[in-house]
Design a protein around this ligand. Structure first.
Ligand SMILES: [Zn+2]
Length: 124
């Protein structure tokens, strides 16, 4: 996959994520009526939307960071060791910042919690 294609893919995903974020924001504007006896389903939906908004916002950040790397010309380089990441890996995980070796061992700064989060995000 060429860098141009990857950039287009990232931009498409970013636009879609922004659309989702917009929809969730609208959903969150309609606050459920707590405490009126009928609100339990409404507040559950609202809380779900809130949780999803957080993960979409995180996704947008990741995509923006990847696009920034594309524009800076550093896309595809491992953030940890500077090695070129295998294009096949980038095709599957376009927002990855680590080569397979570093992804396995993990850079010292990455906590196991944020690593688990990024794996969830990648899995969709
Ligand atoms: Zn590496």
């Amino acid at each position: 996959m060429s860098i141009k294609k990857i950039k287009r893919q990232l931009e498409t995903e970013l636009r879609e994520a922004e659309k989702r974020l917009q929809q969730l924001a609208e959903q969150l504007d309609e606050r459920p009526e707590f405490g009126l006896g009928t609100g339990s389903t409404g507040s559950y939906t609202w809380e779900m939307a809130l949780a999803r908004r957080d993960s979409v916002a995180e996704e947008i950040e990741t995509l923006q960071a990847a696009l920034k790397r594309v524009n800076a010309g550093s896309y595809g380089q491992c953030e940890n060791c500077g090695k070129q990441i295998d294009p096949e890996r980038l095709e599957i995980l376009p927002t990855t910042t680590l080569c397979p070796d570093c992804a396995r061992t993990g850079p010292a700064s990455v906590t196991s919690r944020s690593k688990a989060n990024s794996q969830v995000m990648v899995g969709h």
